[in-house]
Design a protein. Structure first.
Length: 624
């Protein structure tokens, strides 16, 4: 065994000192067929794909893998970060890949830990973020129940769970490693719809020795962008854009990196842009043709464009329920142009002219085709009507931000509203050029209505899974990334308490960021929904006061600050928190009640609760 470890250490040191992976795997020592522990072979295979960071909570189902990770970290070939909660760990990995494009592997043992990591991976799956997940699994011998396995006398039960969430692979046979890595690479590094890849790694297979030829293991896959082979479909789409009078462009997450060409296109054809929460900043917020977000929450201007448009151009969107008002957000649209590389999403709407291809090059082809388009009087009138609604939205926001503090029965005094507090923190982020992470709930919903980004990559909000606890956990990416940026997590009291252990792990790993904790002692998004639908609140609040400043300060290395009851005191607290070279928290009491100034309002439809008959009746009459 000692000889095996020595050989593993030699291989690890060689990889650690290699200037380039391509050179390392071309060397003689990495071309011969050798017998390695399977756990080591898996690690080397992941390194070959550029995965050099492992986020781990070890257990009895991962001791061999853990030992190999120890050897490779000591040699400097990889980094390993331990955590206290698997959901938190999954969120940290998601943020690392989503914000910084640094892939990683999330490692847990068999049983509850793997189930928690699987649950946390829903954020990655919903937002198209690719990472590896390595779960210790029950032994392959079937010698009896394994502790913490799914207690069912059946093979591969955990594989059934992971395959329901995404793509998965059980490493039941050592020589299947090459196929596993090929399948995993195709999922984690998919060019337009990446996602989690789950490796179920049986306990007894991890130390098994297997024949390995490292240079035969697959590198990270690459692919080229593509456009429709039939150029007639581009010309037909251009004709649609020429003849339509009221064009709206709905930008989804797939359009995040195509802002320049989208801006040029809407200016050329006289269209307006309607954003999804995940596409903030793709077009600068102050652009006259940017109508801001549209959907179930939406905005005055964004939802006006949705209600009145006669042609819809969809760019990289899945048509999530709240984003298109559960399918009834475009009542006057007669034809749809949809640009997407994913065929299922491409065909989401009826009456669709499908431009199947990569977002940016297809948009460039379309822009070239309409280069000589002149705006008609009808198109100019459409832009004027939309501009008026954009002014209405800006004036509405200004009133929401500038009003006085409101008396709150919980705090027994006037406190800031969420719009006022979120706006102040968002402006502070712009001032210090910080990344904004939004948690689920009322903070998230008000947040994407308030944020005014001028470029993409400034705001990340989990509107796919709406997972409580994502934002605070995501701060840990600042401790893991090679090029971290100061980050602010916008979170409610409910979401923060889902993963408060970030206070400890943040110090342990050296995270640098700020938790802006908006506290109204309730799940305000659901309270509001209950009141709007049934005029009654039920079990969405509590009576327990928490001193979050004391909680933060109880962790050595974290600084807690009270945000106070005014904008000036809040800004002062933010500035003090930002000076701390580490993780800080600002506790911000916010108003909840029946005063409409307490939120940013809702402007669309949603197929939930007592609204379903109304929405579904409209959906049946819809032509798209």
């Amino acid at each position: 065994m000692n000889q095996d470890i020595s050989l593993s250490r030699i291989r690890a040191e060689k990889l650690a000192t290699a200037r380039q992976l391509e050179e390392a795997f071309g060397e003689v020592e990495f071309t011969d067929l050798e017998e390695w522990p399977l756990a080591e072979a898996l690690i080397v295979g992941l390194i070959k794909q550029g995965v050099k960071k492992f986020l781990a909570i070890f257990g009895h189902g991962s001791t061999t893998l853990g030992e190999m990770l120890r050897i490779y970290e000591e040699a400097g070939a990889i980094r390993v970060f331990q955590f206290r909660n698997e959901v938190e760990m999954a969120h940290a990995g998601t943020a690392l890949r989503w914000i910084y494009d640094e892939p990683c592997a999330i490692v847990t043992s068999i049983g509850p830990g793997a189930l928690q990591a699987l649950a946390g991976s829903l954020t990655a799956a919903s937002n198209g973020v690719g990472n590896y997940y390595i779960f210790g699994d029950e032994t392959t011998f079937g010698e009896g129940y394994n502790m913490q396995q799914v207690p069912k006398p059946e093979q591969n039960v955990f594989a059934q769970l992971t395959s329901a969430m995404g793509r998965s692979y059980t490493l039941h046979t050592a020589n299947a490693l090459r196929d596993l890595l090929r399948c995993g690479g195709n999922q984690v590094f998919h060019p337009w719809k990446p996602g989690p890849f789950y490796i179920n790694f049986p306990i007894n297979m991890q130390p098994q020795r297997t024949n390995v030829r490292p240079n035969a293991l697959p590198f990270r896959p690459t692919s080229d962008a593509f456009i429709p082979a039939n150029k007639d479909v581009i010309r037909k789409a251009a004709d649609y854009l020429r003849t339509a009078e009221r064009i709206a462009v709905k930008i989804g997450g797939g359009g995040r990196h195509a802002g320049q060409v989208i801006t040029a296109l809407i200016e050329r054809v006289g269209a307006v842009a309607v954003l999804s929460p995940g596409s903030l900043g793709v077009i600068s917020d102050d652009h006259l043709q940017n109508m801001h977000v549209g959907g179930s929450k939406g905005s005055i201007s964004g939802n006006f464009a949705m209600q009145e448009a006669d042609l819809l151009l969809v760019v990289g969107s899945r048509g999530v329920c709240q984003s298109d008002c559960s399918g009834i957000g475009w009542p006057k649209v007669e034809r749809v142009i949809n640009i997407n590389a994913d065929y299922d999403d491409l065909q989401h709407y009826n009456n669709t002219l499908a431009l199947h291809g990569s977002i940016e090059p297809v948009l460039e082809c379309l822009h070239t085709e309409v280069h000589n388009l002149e705006l008609t009087s009808e198109k100019r009138q459409w832009l004027e009507r939309c501009s008026a609604k954009k002014r209405d939205w800006l004036e509405f926001k200004s009133r929401r931000f500038s009003g006085p503090a409101i008396f709150d029965p919980v705090w027994q005094r006037p406190v800031l509203t969420q719009p006022q507090a979120i706006k102040a923190v968002a402006d502070f982020c712009s001032k210090i050029e910080a990344i904004k992470l939004f948690d689920a709930g009322d903070v998230q919903a008000n947040g994407f209505q308030i944020v005014e980004d001028s470029h993409p990559g400034s705001t990340f909000t989990d509107t796919g899974a709406s997972y409580m606890g994502f934002a605070a956990s995501g701060l840990l990416s600042t401790a893991i990334s090679d090029q971290p940026k100061y980050t602010v997590a916008f979170t409610g009291d409910g979401s923060f308490m889902m993963n408060p252990q970030v206070l400890i792990d943040g110090v342990e790993h050296g995270a640098r960021g700020l938790i802006a904790l908006f506290d109204n002692r309730r799940m305000a998004a659901i309270t509001a929904l209950q009141l709007n639908q049934y005029d009654q609140e039920f079990r969405t609040s509590d009576s327990v006061a928490v001193d979050y400043v004391a909680m933060a300060n109880s962790v050595n290395g974290v600084r807690g600050f009270f945000g106070g009851f005014s904008i000036s005191s809040l800004i002062d607290a933010l500035e003090q928190a930002h000076k701390h070279d580490g993780l800080s928290l600002v506790h911000i009491p916010v108003y909840h009640g029946d005063r409409e100034e307490g939120g940013m309002g809702a402007y669309g439809d949603w197929n939930v609760g007592c609204w379903v008959d109304h929405v579904q009746e409209k959906y049946l009459k819809s032509t798209i």
